[in-house]
Write a protein of this length. Sequence first.
Length: 213
Amino acid sequence: MKVLIIGSNGLLARTFIKEKSKNISKLYATASSSESINNIEINGDIETYSLSFKSRESISSFFANQFEALDLILFCASPFEGTLRESRFDGLDIWSNAYEVAIKVAKLASDKLKPTGKLIYIGSVVGYQGQIAASCVPYSVFKGTLSLLVEGYNKEVSKQAYYINLGGFRDIKSEEYLSVDEVVTNLGRVLDGDFVESHVNVVSEKDKMTYKL
């Protein structure tokens, strides 16, 4: 399996890579600093890239690369959180840059995904209309755009894209939230074709009640 992961230094991405390492023959891994992912281990080949949402030059440089036919593109990256009122105008550039990356990933998928390949964007409960969090409005809006991007992609391209709505998952399982291992298990189910719908809720019972899912 040839895989591209945008935002490989996060817990979710690292856990996914560890669980699927035996199945990954080639991994293209990005992070804001490529040094932060140099210790990723898989059975196959790995190429690491620096992809910073703060740098348009970094974005342009990354998408100038040539990639082999891919089985999976997993978009785990997110802009930092913060309120709209507290953000500086120049600080908001990170959100517009993040959307540029997200939509260029969709373009890349339309060109480079195998016919059976999958494009997965990691979303959030706060990305749904009516659920936006006041503490992180730009983040919520960005996650919502990913949901629309998946819908549009699937109408234009025959390949499958997914928006995985995550609740308050934690690295240690509790009675309230899912663990990251449970989330990765459900990602595996998406790859196996267990979900027919493109917008998948992978959330705890508490999240279902809190957000009325």
